[in-house]
Design a protein around this ligand. Structure first.
Ligand code: PMV
Length: 305
């Protein structure tokens, strides 16, 4: 049984596609996967099954992952512990967990060094992600593979961030999720029309992310919350927020959140709110308004070696 973590992007989504840094953190929820050799590819995720040649994205993604690892046909079963397509990195976590399960089948741990197996898992997860995303920055797969909290750029890849104290988060599904690929394409179209506007947002988000890293390392929670709020404003300027996201953020702030923003691609999907100590009042306020939500503590999850 192989596992990979779901993630939240704390700050920096979308800008990361244009080379800016972003901060992501693994959640203690994730994906479990098992793989065995088979006559033809077969993949079951939850209660949905796909078979070789059915043309589904998931079947094509498995073929791409398998080609990257040079693996034989496989039967894969995977279980998600979080909502899919809501900005929590379900597809990257699936890619990483399945790549790990496949590597266990074709190259048992004692045959491959840890750095080699991590590089192969990341390459296979990237091949998987490209079927769903087109132009993924790679942050989702890096967060799922590394665990813990990471600072990520497309150029440098992930580097671990050491938290001065755990981050108590509340996470809500603020509306039906949009496709990441479509949201990334929308920002690309805006950038083609208004390069000045997107360029300024990307520079602003870069500064916010760099300061947020310092806040996380120093344990400055109010500072981090303010930076999250500012990041949300810049994301709204990129047209990736929605009324549901703005409402969920406002509710969280009224209930005492230090900051709140969308996480992931936006257009729907999840919102994260930073609590001072206890996310319970934020969760209660969201539940009263009918949002599906849960609490998560970032910092309880260790980095991979
Ligand atoms: O896959 P999601 O919905 O968590 O979003 C990924 C973050 C983006 O910056 C929007 C896209 C990317 O590839 O980095």
């Amino acid at each position: 049984m192989a596992r990979a973590a779901a993630k939240v992007i704390l700050l920096g989504e979308h800008a990361v596609v244009y080379g800016a840094p972003a901060l992501a953190a693994a959640l203690d929820r994730g994906v479990h996967a098992v793989a065995v050799r088979a006559d033809a590819d077969r993949i079951r995720v939850g209660d949905r099954e796909h078979v070789a040649g059915d043309g589904s994205d998931i079947e094509r993604a498995l073929a791409a992952l398998r080609a990257s690892l040079d693996a034989p046909p496989l039967a894969v079963e995977a279980t998600l512990e979080m909502p899919a397509g809501a900005g929590l990195g379900a597809s990257a976590a699936l890619g990483v967990a399945i790549a790990r399960a496949v590597l266990d089948v074709i190259a048992p741990a004692h045959d491959v060094s840890l750095p080699e197996s991590r590089a192969r898992v990341l390459a296979a997860a990237a091949a998987w992600e490209r079927i769903f995303h087109g132009n993924p920055s790679g942050i989702d797969a890096a967060a799922a593979e590394c665990g813990g909290c990471i600072y990520y750029t497309r150029d440098t890849g992930p580097s671990p961030v050491v938290l001065a104290r755990p981050l108590p988060l509340a996470i809500a599904v603020a509306g039906p999720p949009a496709k990441t690929r479509e949201m990334v394409d929308n920002v690309a179209r805006l950038s083609a029309r208004r390069p000045d506007l997107v360029g300024k947002a990307v520079s602003g988000i870069t500064a916010l992310v760099q300061n947020a890293r310092l806040c996380i390392e120093a344990g400055d929670m109010p500072g981090l919350g303010k930076l999250m709020d500012l990041n949300q404003m810049l994301l709204s300027g990129l047209m990736v927020s929605t009324e549901g996201i703005e409402n969920a953020c406002a509710t969280a702030r009224r209930a005492g959140a230090l900051g709140a923003k969308l996480t992931g691609a936006g257009g729907g999907g999840c919102v994260i709110a930073l609590a001072d100590l206890d996310p319970a009042p934020i969760l209660a306020a969201w539940r009263e308004e009918g949002f599906e939500c849960f609490g998560a503590t970032v910092g309880g999850v260790e980095h991979a070696a």
